[in-house]
Design a protein around this ligand. Structure first.
Ligand code: IVH
Length: 702
């Protein structure tokens, strides 16, 4: 047998052995035999690198090459689940859903695995990409790392194109073992799993025995599946590990048993009446599972009904997560005062008797707003139970014992404790209306200099406060005007030949190179954080001038046409960009020399033939795969992106399989551009081969 044949045989055997061991939990050969075959394949592949296939079992051990995680666009919407914190909420959701659809529904109850969300993309059965959830539209490509997870199939049993959602997790026992060896241990298995998936060297990821269960599948060519239990069964048949701990509920237990059996799935069957007991049972047995779950998920089983129920911007309406209650502790509220943030929002804060909860010390807890305090009927001196919602942010859950001093429910002060202005109420929150309130000014300065924005070293919240209180720097642009040498007489700044001062001066100088997107976030326009800024810039509004033009035209629609930006957000952003104080700040920062537009990638400067035009792209293309590549070409030539066709859209670039957008474009009389035409358009603007071949096609014309 030649080496090619032998390598194929070894791949086949090892894949079978890996699957039997990691997915089915039944080893077929001894470790020794496995290692022998593995080493043989490794050797052959190192002698003949061209035989190493992307799905070779040797790919599981990872590589020592460092890699970053390029951002890639998801081709399916990666949504999260709406949450409920009590079983009565779950039950009323079920009743409401049955009532709203008026249909003969059934439900699947799954474990909510407490791990790291991942999307696996397969083309013709081959794992091509593993992408983190990211912001739901764009995630990081972590394929090399995910390939080291033995239970992730590198090749499916059939040659299908499919995207699959699943959760990567680490079993409790493995977590304990590994964590004990670390100098900086992780708080829980989820964090360790997440850290492992983001290692720069896949060989390091391979050291941690991660697991995966998948729970949703999205086929490119829809198959004849009508319900979720069929999807789970099909995913199993394709070779994916699927959590066997599911429950399935129909009108009657008999019918549920029958349908679950027909789908070829393990799990429990019951009638709707059995749901509360099943939730209680799974909550009770949670601790005995080998892995952590942080709740349960209830999903509508019928796919047609799922479609009817549809989605909100963030969640499907056909599923809900029941989150287990977070661990709680008891403590006393010593005082309640308010914090004034950079936007003027006034937030009540409970100062509590110091207490430990899930591994951290807690002294302060936000009470959000007056309504929140009223709901709790919380007064100073009350004994309360506190928890960490989502295991991160501490929250007061309820009052256990009222105070003995006779204090009544806490009330928001009438005036800002910092500047004395009378507070105003907008919606649920109170605000200090004075833009020049020192608390707001300091907050804006600290935000501007902070991590994630301009990230100016040496200018933390404390230093900013000193600068403000001494009257040195009162506004953001003042940072670039102040002579920091004046700080040398201030305590804490003069020592060691003014090293601190030199550090700040240098950091400010370097901040002039900060990318435009950070500058934009740092300005602190409401609703215009990193995510929104990225979406807006990616859609082609990538300079201050373009944004100001939008604001001057009050063109809210141009922003709300961007996928991920709702109409309310668009309005708030435009309002922010119109405000005089923001305009003044922008002009001051422009004068200071900060970047006012996205840096263009290197490459030829292209003629801006699509300047002022809005383009929508739909269907699939021969030359642009994924189709975002076509959109990139449009943006590089000055065009902007819209996600749907409206009367205002300039052009629809329609590839094969274009559907409803094409109909709309025809209805609205929007110009429809084919791929061929588009190639000619972009070809003639940069003189590439595309353009030349376009004219070669029509020799008679010239
Ligand atoms: S279904 C569109 N099922 O919980 C359906 N999610 O916010 C979306 N998760 O991001 C998810 N176990 O990372 C689903 N059995 C399960 C799950 C599950 C864990 C995670 C997932 C998701 C988050 C919900």
């Amino acid at each position: 047998m030649d080496y090619i044949e032998r390598s194929k045989e070894l791949s086949r055997l090892l894949t079978e052995y890996q699957k039997a061991y990691y997915v089915q939990g039944r080893p077929l050969v001894s470790d020794l035999e496995y290692d022998r075959l593995f080493d043989e394949l490794l050797l052959l592949e190192s002698q003949h690198p061209d035989i190493r296939k992307p799905d070779s079992p040797t790919q599981r051990v990872g590589s020592d090459l460092t890699s970053d995680f390029p951002e890639v666009q998801h081709t399916i919407p990666v949504l999260s689940l709406d949450k409920a914190y009590s079983d009565s909420e779950i039950l009323s959701w079920i009743t409401k859903t049955i009532k709203n659809t008026g249909e003969n529904l059934s439900f699947v109850l799954e474990e909510k695995l407490d791990g790291f969300s991942i999307v696996l993309y397969y083309e013709k059965g081959l794992l091509t990409r593993a992408v983190t959830r990211g912001n739901g539209f764009v995630g990081n490509d972590v394929t090399a790392n995910v390939k080291t997870i033995y239970s992730v199939p590198l090749r499916l049993n059939e040659s299908v194109d499919i995207a699959v959602r699943g959760e990567v997790f680490l079993k409790k026992a493995e977590f304990e073992k590994i964590n004990a060896t670390l100098t900086e241990p992780y708080a829980n298995p989820r964090n360790l799993a997440a850290g492992t998936i983001r290692r720069n060297k896949s060989s390091e990821t391979a050291q941690v025995p991660l697991s995966i269960y998948v729970y949703e599948g999205f086929w490119t060519e829809p198959e004849n599946l009508t319900d979720h239990i069929q999807i789970l069964s099909r995913l199993k048949d394709l070779g994916f590990p699927v959590d066997p701990h599911i429950s399935y509920f129909c009108r009657t237990k008999d019918e549920a048993e029958l349908r679950l059996g027909q789908a070829g799935l393990e799990g429990e069957a019951g009638s709707f009446d059995d749901i509360p007991a099943a939730i209680a049972d799974r909550t009770g047995t949670r601790a005995s599972l080998p892995y952590e779950i942080d709740g349960l998920v209830v999903k509508v089983n019928e796919l047609a009904t799922r479609e009817d129920l549809g989605y909100t911007e963030h969640h499907p309406r056909w599923a809900i997560a029941y989150k287990f209650e977070a661990p709680q502790a008891q403590t006393q509220v010593l005082d309640i005062d308010v914090q004034v943030g950079r936007t003027g929002r006034v937030t009540p804060m409970a100062r509590i008797r110091e207490t430990q909860l899930s591994g951290s010390t807690i002294r302060n807890i936000t009470l959000h707003n007056q309504d929140y305090v009223n709901e709790l009927e919380l007064a100073i001196g009350d004994t309360v139970s506190i928890s960490k919602r989502g295991d991160v942010i501490p929250a007061v859950e309820n009052v256990i014992e009222k105070n003995e001093q006779g204090n009544t429910t806490w009330q928001m002060p009438e005036k800002c404790p910092v500047c004395g202005s009378v507070l105003v109420r907008r919606g649920a929150h109170h605000f200090c209306p004075n833009y020049d309130c020192p608390a707001q000014a300091k907050g804006r300065l600290a935000f501007f200099c902070g991590k994630g924005q301009m990230d100016i070293e040496g200018l933390g919240a404390r230093t900013v406060e000193i600068l403000y209180d001494k009257g040195f720097v009162k506004t953001i642009s003042g940072l670039y005007e102040f002579d920091f040498n004046n700080l040398r007489f201030v305590e804490g700044f003069g020592g060691t030949e003014g090293k601190k001062i030199e550090g700040i001066k240098l950091a400010l100088q370097q901040s002039l190179n900060t990318p435009f997107r950070n500058v934009l976030v740092s300005i602190g326009i409401p609703e215009f954080g990193k995510k929104a800024v990225d979406l807006v810039c990616d859609a082609g509004f990538d300079s201050m001038d373009k944004l100001i033009e939008l604001a001057d035209k009050n063109d809210i629609e141009a922003l709300s046409a961007i996928k991920g930006i709702g109409p309310k957000t668009a309005e708030i952003i435009i309002d922010g960009l119109k405000s005089d104080t923001v305009r003044k700040l922008i002009e001051d920062l422009r004068k200071a020399g900060l970047h006012m537009e996205d840096e263009k990638e290197d490459g030829p400067v292209l003629e801006q033939i699509f300047q002022g035009q809005s383009w929508c792209v739909t269907g699939s293309f021969e030359n642009f795969n994924p189709r975002t590549k076509a959109m990139d070409e449009i943006k590089r030539r000055g065009g902007t992106e819209v996600s749907g066709v409206s009367r205002k859209t300039t052009c629809l670039l329609a590839g094969s399989g274009a559907g409803s957008k094409l109909d709309k474009a025809r209805e609205f009389g929007v110009r429809i551009v084919t791929e061929d035409e588009f190639m000619k358009m972009i070809g003639s603007s940069d003189g590439t081969s595309a353009g030349q071949s376009a004219s070669e096609d029509q020799p008679g014309l010239f």
